[in-house]
Write a protein that binds this ligand. Structure first.
Ligand SMILES: Nc1ncnc2c1ncn2[C@@H]1O[C@H](COP(=O)(O)OP(=O)(O)OP(=O)(O)O)[C@@H](O)[C@H]1O
Length: 898
């Protein structure tokens, strides 16, 4: 082997070993690198795993946080929604049925129909320790009610399941009723399919007028009526000043109209007219408080209409809540419905709480500042719209007619009016004359009484218990007629025509306006007799001419026939242009004016234009009947009365007057020998408490007969005559003989005899002496030195037969001219006739008589030339006629024993 080869092999081997070494190195390196890469990979992988786990933990933590936040937020939002709902539907608007009760609210609220089913927070998959004490759900989530807006807002249409829908309607109505003051929500039900059955639970409201039903054919009229209300409210209540009743209420705090909720429960297809009226109401009703709750009639969606889709479970919806499921409340419990309706009906029937009289009065100390020169004006109360209603009596309107069925507050109205006037005008400016034909003493409070010595200083006359003494009404009218003439005469002298001018001309004179109030005046005008005929004539004259002389009449009646009594006298009625109607008063307003029919209690319609509907003003009348309130006003005014102001004349038909109180009797003084002795007989029924009298001058016929069987009255009249005659003579100035022929009258006759010193006493035993004397006197020719009055109790019982009868006739016929006068009591008109000589005899010896229980027709012989007087006997009243002075007979009241 060649060296060279060897060398070459060597070289190659070396080269190979070198290459192998290099390759081994490269391999080791590569292996190192691979190991390092593997290690790095493993590190990175481990790090990535750790990272992922960390991230997952962080994510889980965050997810839990987010869930918690979400739930919290949801609960908070639900809480806010629930709180907002509570505010929107407080109390009875939103309370659930099991705790529900009536809570009238200041202003209408939204009404709950059920609850909104809000989406619930999901229960987390893993439960991090302590994150949830309990899973969120119904227990923690505040309930959010589903509310709908009705009163003052809009209308509600209930669709879907009928039975559930009926429950919704019932719930809505109860909530509407329970959130508003009693009577301010009125429901009108139209339920043609079940004839009101759908609203049966609300029936207790019907008697109070809070619920009315419309029959199956009545929809058109109902809709027309409601449209009518909307039109009227727009025109007269909102009157361009407000856009809605809600706005009016916010501005004035008054709500003059009720909410009218018409509940329309199904029915046949609507006619075109009905449809268009319904659409009108849906558009315009809510602003005027007219709302529709509809079930079973198709209605198009419009703003202001809420749709409720009734369905069981969570399937129900309300339009304003979008697609949120709603769970409707069940029907309100029937017992709650009935109890609530009863309570509301009772409250409505009881009427609103009264307003105090003080609200009509000026402030204490500011009284009597007004002048009545042109009229008298006073507030009568607030109108439901707010402003006070002022009422004036003046040239126009001069007189007032008030009507109100019994118990509606007519008397109270008169008190309130009088109080308001009396506080503003002094007694120099205003005088009252008051007459009450009702049984009772309602005006007596104005005169001094046993318990209260005060009186209303403006009152000049009070007549109470005059229902059987219509003559007193006549006397008042005669008196006012006299005053009218007096004023007219003075006005003429001053060349003026009315009171305002007269007062300007005669500033020092006292010319108060006179307001004469006659309550239950129809009693005065009842009966077709002389009293009512004269009363109507006098009224007509006063009504016509009184206005310019400041004499105003207020006639009040509870009875429609009273008003009707006047209707036959259109000229008279026309003067009474101020008309006042209390609730349910009929015929006092114009025929077409039905405002009084719907008046609430304690309200009145005041109309100064003869009852024309457009002049109606409704007023809420304060309570003036309350004695306390009245007396504080009366005492205040009484203490301010002018020094010379005496109490009013009180005529009380139930009180027997006393001779000792008679001004005529008190004025009597003993004189030497008066030529015209006066026998008083009783009190006349007149304004000035005069005494009836007969003058026993020396002239034929000047005898007096008391006719009738009533012992007490007959004795009272003879006693009055005897005492008054005796009072005019000094000792021995006249001879007075008392004759008693009836045991029943003996005590009274003896009392009179004892009262008149020097009087003679005769009975059946010694009468013959007196008669012989008297006949001698009657026949005498010598001048009588003193008069002789013979008072005979039971003159029809003369003993001694015909002879004594003839003696008496002689005395009756011839005595008076010889100053011998008989004042006799005959117990019947026929018996008197017998005493005068029988049916054919003349009666002119009896120049004056007083009849008791004798019928008018029996008196005609003693009532020359005038037929029979109109006389229906009544207790403790008598009819007096004196042919020397009277044109007609007058009713008198005998004086009682004292
Ligand atoms: N405005 C009112 N506020 C409160 N109470 C009133 C009001 N008006 C009347 N009343 C009360 O109602 C009752 C009847 O009133 P009032 O006597 O005035 O009625 P009337 O119509 O005159 O009845 P009658 O003719 O039968 O006497 C009384 O108890 C009275 O106090």
């Amino acid at each position: 082997m060649a060296e060279s080869t060897k060398n070459r092999v060597m070289e190659i081997r070396a080269g190979l070993s070198h290459a192998l070494g290099a390759a081994q190195i490269a391999l080791a390196r590569a292996q190192d690198a691979a190991e390092a890469a593997e290690a790095r990979y493993q590190r990175v992988k481990a790090a990535a795993g750790a990272r992922r786990r960390k991230l997952a933990a962080a994510r889980d933590e965050r997810t839990v946080e987010i869930d918690a936040w979400h739930d919290g937020e949801l609960a908070a939002l639900a809480g806010v929604a629930a709180a907002a709902a509570d505010r929107a539907a407080p109390g009875a608007a939103g309370e659930q049925w099991h705790r529900w009760e009536v809570t009238p609210l200041e202003r209408p609220a939204e009404l709950r129909v059920g609850r909104l089913m809000l989406p619930e927070a999901p229960v987390p998959a893993r439960e991090p320790a302590g994150a949830w004490a309990s899973p969120p759900g119904e227990a923690d989530m505040p309930e959010v009610p589903a509310l709908v807006a009705l009163l003052d807002q809009g209308h509600i249409v209930v669709e879907g399941d009928r039975r559930t829908g009926d429950d919704v309607v019932a719930g809505l109505l109860l909530r509407a009723l329970g959130t508003s003051p009693a009577g301010t929500v009125q429901i009108i039900g139209y339920d043609p399919e079940s004839l009101g059955g759908g609203l049966a639970g609300f029936a207790p409201l019907a008697p109070a007028g809070v619920l009315t039903f419309v029959g199956p054919g009545g929809l058109e009229k109902l809709l027309d009526d409601l449209v009518g209300h909307v039109r009227r409210i727009n025109e007269t209540v909102l009157a361009g000043e407000y856009t809605s009743l809600r706005e009016l209420h916010l501005a004035t705090r008054r709500r003059p109209e009720p909410w009218r909720v018409a509940v329309l429960l199904g029915g046949p297809e609507l006619s075109r007219h009905e449809r268009s009226q319904l659409d009108r109401l849906l558009r315009t009703g809510a602003a005027c408080g007219v709302h529709l709750v509809i079930r079973g009639l198709a209605v198009q969606a419009e703003p202001g209409i809420e749709f409720v889709v009734a369905a069981p479970g969570d399937e129900a919806r309300i339009e304003s809540a979008g697609s949120l499921p709603v769970r409707l409340d069940g029907a309100p419990p029937p017992t709650v419905v009935t109890a609530t309706c009863r309570r509301i009906a009772e409250a409505v029937a009881a009427g609103p709480a009264p307003v105090a009289l003080d609200s009509l009065l000026p402030e204490a100390g500011a009284e009597w500042r007004e002048s009545s020169a042109t009229g008298v004006t006073a507030p009568l109360g607030d109108s439901p719209q707010g402003p006070r209603v002022m009422v004036t009596l003046s040239d126009y309107p001069p007189h007032a007619l008030i009507a109100g069925p019994s118990g509606t507050g007519k008397t109270n109205f008169i008190y309130a009016w009088m109080g308001a006037l009396a506080a503003r005008y002094s007694p120099d400016e205003l005088a009252f004359y008051l007459l009450d034909f009702k049984e009772g003493v309602s005006f007596a409070r104005f005169a001094p009484g046993r318990r209260d010595p005060s009186w209303l200083p403006h009152v000049r006359l009070v007549g109470v218990n005059v229902n059987t003494d219509r003559e007193f009404g006549l006397a008042l009218l005669r008196f006012l007629g006299g005053e009218l003439r007096r004023r007219a005469d003075v006005a003429k002298q001053h060349e003026v025509t009315n009171l305002a001018e007269l007062r300007a001309e005669d500033p020092e004179g006292s010319w108060p306006r006179i307001v004469a109030v006659v309550d239950e005046f129809q009693i005065l005008l009842s009966g077709r007799d002389a009293v009512s005929a004269e009363a109507v004539d006098l009224l007509e004259d006063l009504a016509r001419r009184g206005r310019s002389q400041g004499i105003h009449l207020i006639l009040a009646s509870q009875d429609v026939s009273g008003i009707e009594a006047l209707w036959g006298r259109p000229a008279l009625v026309a003067q009474f242009s101020l008309r006042i109607a209390l609730p349910r008063a009929r015929r006092v307003l114009a025929e077409t004016n039905a405002a009084a029919d719907s008046l609430p209690r304690y309200h009145a319609v005041v109309n100064a234009d003869s009852g024309a509907p457009e002049a109606n003003r409704v007023v809420r009348v304060p309570a003036a009947g309350d004695r306390e309130q009245w007396s504080s006003l009366q005492h205040r005014l009484w203490r301010r009365r002018p020094a010379d102001q005496g109490p009013p004349r009180l005529f009380d038909g139930d009180v027997i007057p006393k001779l000792a109180d008679s001004p005529d009797f008190r004025e009597m003084r003993a004189a030497e020998s008066p030529a015209a002795p006066i026998a008083l007989l009783g009190e006349t029924i007149d304004v000035e408490s005069r005494s009836a009298r007969t003058v026993l001058r020396r002239a034929p016929g000047r005898n007096l007969a008391v006719i009738g069987t009533r012992v007490d009255e007959a004795c009272a009249i003879l006693a009055t005559a005897g005492r008054s005659l005796a009072a005019q003579f000094g000792p021995d100035g006249a001879r007075i003989s008392v004759v008693c022929l009836d045991q029943d009258a003996r005590a009274a006759a003896e009392a009179l005899h004892a009262r008149i010193p020097g009087s003679g006493w005769y009975d059946a035993e010694n009468l013959n002496w007196l008669m012989e004397d008297a006949v001698a006197e009657a026949n005498g020719t010598w001048p009588a030195d003193r008069p002789h009055f013979i008072l005979i109790y039971a003159a029809d019982a003369l003993p001694g037969g015909r002879a004594t009868a003839e003696q008496l006739q002689t005395v009756l016929r011839q005595g008076p001219e010889r100053r011998l006068h008989v004042l006799g009591w005959w117990r019947g008109a026929g018996l008197l006739r017998d005493a005068l000589g029988g049916p054919a005899s003349r009666t002119d010896a009896i120049g004056a008589w007083v009849a008791l229980d004798v019928h008018g027709s029996e008196l005609s012989p003693y009532y020359p030339g005038q037929g029979a007087p109109n006389w229906y006997p009544r207790p403790w009243r008598a009819l007096h006629f004196d042919r020397s002075v009277h044109r007609g007979a007058e009713v008198i009241i005998p004086y009682g024993n004292s």
